[in-house]
Write a protein that binds this ligand. Structure first.
Ligand SMILES: [Zn+2]
Length: 494
């Protein structure tokens, strides 16, 4: 966007905007304004030949037309369904994706990983006493157990509810105020921030209560902890997600209540004592054996050098894991599919990875880092898509600032689909964060996240939420970027 403004300003000032090579031929020791403009738009020296840039355009255009990603997503979500870590569906998804990749001629490896096996049980709650209660009535509270939660007694528990908005309010309570009670963290997800494109920041501001709430509650003697759902959903949809316990602190049952129910509980508790009956019966079974699916499209010159394209195959169990993260998996599958269909064989290996158990602790990614611990130098780049499937405006990159300049020609190819922005980010994806830490240049599509957290981790994360055109735009970004990294003259700056 900024680049266009500069070029328009140059035009207005009467400066030529022809950036052809001939203009650069004359010896010019001091950089002219034109040189500087050239650098900004990726003119001049490029890591790719015109033929390679043409291949990127073919990949982009094919991705925009091809229904492969959408069809794969339909199968993963509608046919296989939710893919909770350790579940039969997650196992089925591993087999399915591996078979699809084998059918394209990729070299497929299933890499074993031990993953948590948590199973959701009954989850009900009612307010059973409150100020102004009509005798003989109760009020239903909509909630869902947090991932990894322990259970209440089978018949449930009844206790008074204490509502706090944040840590400060909890600390301000008198000692013993929460003992034997149900503690609700009513920290609001910042919907306005999300509406302006700050979905990740809004999520970050609230998800700490979901993660650490049970430890804080257990520390002050609560018998259960509730958190206001971390997300922007209306229509009384609770959001699940992973929570945590700490050794030495009592483990207490934990659930997320719908935003509307958090408001209700806060209102009633401000008027007088409120009692809730809560039943949660999840089970934590022994860790299960599962797999990362790895499919290599072998490089022709440097097969040992790899570029990862990836998403996570596991999902939460309330919906069918369409935006989180079936979409990331299928746009990555599409990269291999397009390389196959267009007969493109880059110098380096393009490695598709469907990570297992990102949602429950990233055990698959940790296993990959352990299994490939000395191979970081041969990882030329890593891409993960895990922020839905809405319109991508460009690419996040983590690593050397020089990566931005280096990627300019790639961004120009993606400008045709509105994905030309290049943004330096501290991290790009949970599953590839270990590689980022080891200095591997890493990348992610910059997806529009204004609506993502309305559905994320809810029962409404279903196939219909994915727009086919936008899914294809994401596949185009993944395919063009993966090819660019795998076939460039020099490897990406690091
Ligand atoms: Zn995810």
């Amino acid at each position: 966007m900024k680049i266009r403004i500069v070029v328009l300003a140059a035009l207005a000032a009467g400066i030529s905007t022809c950036f052809c090579a001939a203009q650069n031929a004359a010896p010019a020791p001091a950089p002219t304004m034109l040189d500087r403009l050239n650098a900004m738009i990726g003119g001049g020296k490029s890591a790719w030949t015109p033929e390679q840039l043409a291949a990127m355009e073919r990949l982009r255009d094919a991705a925009m037309k091809d229904p492969y990603a959408l069809n794969q997503l339909r199968h993963l979500t509608d046919n296989i369904g939710p893919r909770l870590s350790g579940s039969p569906q997650a196992g089925q998804a591993v087999e399915y994706v591996a078979a699809q990749m084998r059918a394209l001629g990729a070299e497929v490896t299933l890499e074993k990983a031990k993953v948590p096996h948590w199973v959701r049980g009954a989850e009900t709650a009612d307010v059973v006493a409150w100020p102004g209660q009509t005798p003989g009535t109760t009020q239903k509270v909509v909630l869902t157990a947090l991932g990894g939660s322990v259970a209440t007694p089978a018949e449930g528990l009844t206790a008074e509810v204490v509502v706090v908005d944040d840590w400060q309010q909890l600390h301000a309570l008198p000692t013993g105020a929460v003992k034997g009670k149900i503690l609700l963290f009513n920290h609001k997800f910042d919907k306005e921030l999300a509406a302006q494109g700050g979905g990740l920041e809004a999520y970050g501001g609230s998800v700490v209560y979901r993660g650490a709430g049970p430890i804080a509650g257990g520390t002050v003697g609560a018998v259960a902890v509730l958190v206001r759902s971390v997300g922007g959903a209306d229509y009384r949809l609770p959001h699940t997600g992973l929570t945590a316990y700490s050794d030495g602190v009592p483990k207490i049952p934990a659930a997320a209540v719908a935003a509307e129910d958090a408001d209700l509980l806060k209102d009633l508790a401000s008027q007088g004592p409120v009692k809730m009956h809560l039943t949660l019966t999840p089970q934590t079974l022994p860790d299960a054996e599962s797999y990362n699916v790895i499919a290599d499209w072998k490089g022709t010159e440097h097969p040992e050098q790899v570029v990862i394209v990836s998403g996570h195959l596991d999902s939460w169990d309330l919906g069918t894991g369409a935006i989180d993260d079936g979409a990331g998996v299928v746009v990555s599958m599409q990269v291999i599919h397009l390389l196959h269909d267009l007969g493109i064989h880059p110098k380096r290996t393009v490695r598709f990875v469907a990570w297992m158990s990102e949602e429950e602790g990233s055990e698959g990614a940790a296993q990959y880092m352990a299994d490939h611990k000395d191979e970081a130098p041969n990882h030329i780049g890593a891409i993960e898509s895990d922020l839905g499937a809405d319109h991508p405006t460009g690419i996040y990159y983590a690593g050397k600032p020089a990566l931005g300049q280096w990627l300019r020609p790639v961004a120009q190819v993606l400008e045709a689909i509105g994905a030309e922005t290049l943004v330096n980010a501290p991290e790009t994806g949970e599953d590839i964060s270990g590689l980022t830490e080891k200095g591997v240049p890493s990348f992610a599509p910059i997806q529009d996240n204004r609506f993502y957290f309305n559905y994320h981790h809810t029962a409404a994360d279903t196939f219909d939420k994915v727009d086919p055109k936008r899914l294809n735009e994401n596949a185009a970004v993944m395919a063009v970027l993966a090819y660019a990294l795998a076939d460039s003259a020099e490897t990406a700056p690091r």
